[in-house]
Design a protein. Structure first.
Lengths: 422, 422
């Protein structure tokens, strides 16, 4: 193994399709993530097509600048799968026929009642001096090749083949050379803007050099990605994150809704279940997105009872018993109608809690008084109702997303009160 | 310009974040797409971090194997933005201070009422012999550098900066060297499986070498991507696609729902508008996804009136007047209940047409008789009702998506009958 303090690691993804606008190289992201988990970083990534010359050029360049080279793809049976032969010829090595590989490939076909096509013969050739990485999910074996002071690892492209091969045969050998122990955590927040969070965190950033904090922004959701390294143990790395999380929780409080991966709709679902409360909703401009998110959670039928998509004014009157005069007087997008929608659906459904959304998702339908992005969100529960006015920026999709996010977040904050009362 | 018949083109994306699992290099996909439009292909893509040595290694390797090199990113004002200086030192060229660039950067800041931070000074340095590509959307100018028989093009990383710069200053120079004319078209289908489509198209594939057909599969939607090249003109390339589309339309007929980019919900929206019909919906297992998709189309309030999310049995009785006995007898997921839901919501809303969905999205709630993925979709219109039984495979999200797709497709096929009657 050629992994040392200064080893430079390169991933080469092979395939014409990866040089088109239609396919993303996701295998290299996977390998990056897994090696990062060991504190090992990638120095270069390369993408090259199936052309013999281009592939040879790419491998030659990599051999100059990198110590460990992952080659992904081009191990299949067809004419344009050339990784094996080009690696061999670039290194001046022979291809050797391995009867036992051929037998395994033939067995795979026979198990499914097929005869092995003759093109698959070429997959039974391995590069001189390499050892075989077994492929339990496909015909192409991987190869582990130490050549001089370089290490080349040839892996198949299909994700369901490369992942088990990497986990079973590659990862354990890198594990021995683990440089550092790594811990990660993601704190998801809602209710604060990115610049607000930045200003709150201004003096948190320059902590310890071993801990890293990155902010990622999505519509209505800012995520804090925490990352730490330790030379000693995973426990040490994790403890460093505990300290950082403690500090962040103190500063951001209830704005943090999740620290172990849950989405907002999952958190709200757990809180509803804990509080033994049922939910119904009335949506206008989001048109079903809020219900879709709530019901993306498996088991949501335990607390979610019903919803109405009152898109037209008539349906607001008809399904929610909202007085037509109220809509005429204030407009369908108003504090008053949002309030009436939340009260109405709660009454009709008999649910403990109800949410409502009415707004202008755009791009048309806005006015100077009521611009695109104006959205009222209502929350009704036994004894009271609350309405929030929002002005969201963005396209139709982003405004719908932010509206549903705001509704879920209002519900979450409301449910937290029950928890605190206990 | 160094673009000839055999020019090899490489894109290098620069930045530590691109070597983490969290960021995808999307700029290179954009450039690939735009050059592909001219029949020009990319031979290599490389990704490298901000380290001076790694960047120098990467550029050196590229200079050996490529003729034209795009360098994206690393032109910002901070310490780790090093593309300019590393390109200069690798080529043995000087960095030259340009007063007029500094003035432009300073003006950008002053326009917003800020003083220019001193770090931005470094962005006013250009590489000897290069020409400036103006940046109207940021502080970092791009550079066009012909060095011996190589061409290097340095562009900023932020998508809203690189795109206009590429379109205004880079694209026109490549246009002169257009190798081929290219045309693209996407035919979207619903209602057929990928293997069914493959078998129908078996003898279509080996058409002309200048025309290419790729099949991409999504839940409930198979897309045919058509691509053609001509040495003569765009018109010729487009005509070749006309011939292929004619053949495909003949074989696939009404299974093709769009040939100019529209999503299924947009096609359904246009058909509803043409037929002057209104729509209401009743969703159970999709929980709002169908309504969300319908209302993703701007102007959908013209035909979409209302929906109900009848998740609980009680709500089916209460909102849709479905007899409780019917649910007890057949179960909530049944032909009979789907039918009653479609008839019920049509009657309550007064809409011309109604859709209903009831099914088991999983992962829990299945049984041997009614497995996860069993979904009934109902369509009701004046005088009749139709119910389709489906068994969808996949996780909760995929089953919800396929269910909404099936409902929209049933409605589309129904609306096509009105068109044909005319």
């Amino acid at each position: 193994m050629k992994l040392g303090e200064n080893s430079r690691i390169e991933i080469i993804a092979v395939g014409n399709e990866l040089l088109t606008p239609y396919y993303q190289d996701t295998d290299s992201i996977y390998i990056t993530q897994r090696l990062n988990d060991l504190g090992i970083e990638i120095n270069f990534k390369s993408i090259v097509g199936d052309s013999r010359d281009d592939l040879a050029d790419c491998i030659s360049s990599s051999l100059v600048r990198s110590d460990i080279i992952f080659l992904i793809g081009g191990l299949g049976p067809t004419e344009d799968d050339r990784t094996r032969e080009v690696v061999a010829s670039t290194l001046g090595k022979k291809l050797i026929f391995e009867e036992k590989i051929l037998n395994k490939i033939r067995q795979r076909f026979e198990l499914r009642g097929f005869e092995m096509p003759s093109v698959n013969n070429k997959q039974a050739y391995i590069i001189e001096d390499s050892s075989i990485l077994e492929n339990k999910h496909g015909t192409a074996p991987g190869l582990w090749l130490e050549a001089g002071d370089k290490l080349l690892i040839l892996l198949p492209g299909p994700p369901h083949e490369i992942k088990p091969m990497f986990e079973n045969y590659v990862w354990p050998r890198f594990l021995e050379f683990q440089k550092q122990f790594v811990a990660r955590r993601v704190l998801k927040t809602s209710g604060l803007t990115e610049s607000k969070i930045d200003s709150i965190l201004l003096d948190v950033y320059p902590l310890q050099p071993s801990v890293n904090l990155t902010t990622l922004a999505y519509p209505g959701q800012i995520e804090l990605h925490l990352f730490s390294r330790s030379m000693e143990s995973h426990k040490k790395a994790d403890e460093a994150l505990n300290d950082l999380e403690y500090d962040l929780q103190k500063r951001l409080g209830d704005n943090i809704f999740s620290s172990s991966g849950e989405e907002l709709e999952e958190v709200v679902g757990s809180l509803l279940r804990q509080a033994q409360k049922t939910l119904s909703i009335a949506e206008s401009c989001t048109g079903g997105l809020l219900g879709h998110r709530i019901t993306n959670v498996s088991g949501s039928s335990d607390y979610f009872q019903q919803g109405v998509l009152t898109y037209s004014n008539d349906s607001k009157v008809q399904l929610l018993n909202i007085p037509y005069d109220l809509i005429l007087q204030h407009g369908a997008v108003s504090h008053e109608v949002a309030k009436a929608m939340a009260i109405g659906i709660r009454k009709i459904s008999g649910s403990d809690i109800a949410l409502s959304i009415t707004g202008i998702a755009g791009p048309n339908g806005g006015s100077p008084e009521k611009p695109v992005g104006l959205v009222y969100v209502g929350l009704s529960w036994e004894g009271d109702v609350e309405v929030a006015k929002n002005i969201f920026l963005g396209n139709r999709e982003i405004i719908k997303t932010q509206s549903s996010q705001k509704a879920l977040d209002m519900l979450r904050r409301h449910l937290l009160k029950y928890q605190k009362k206990r």
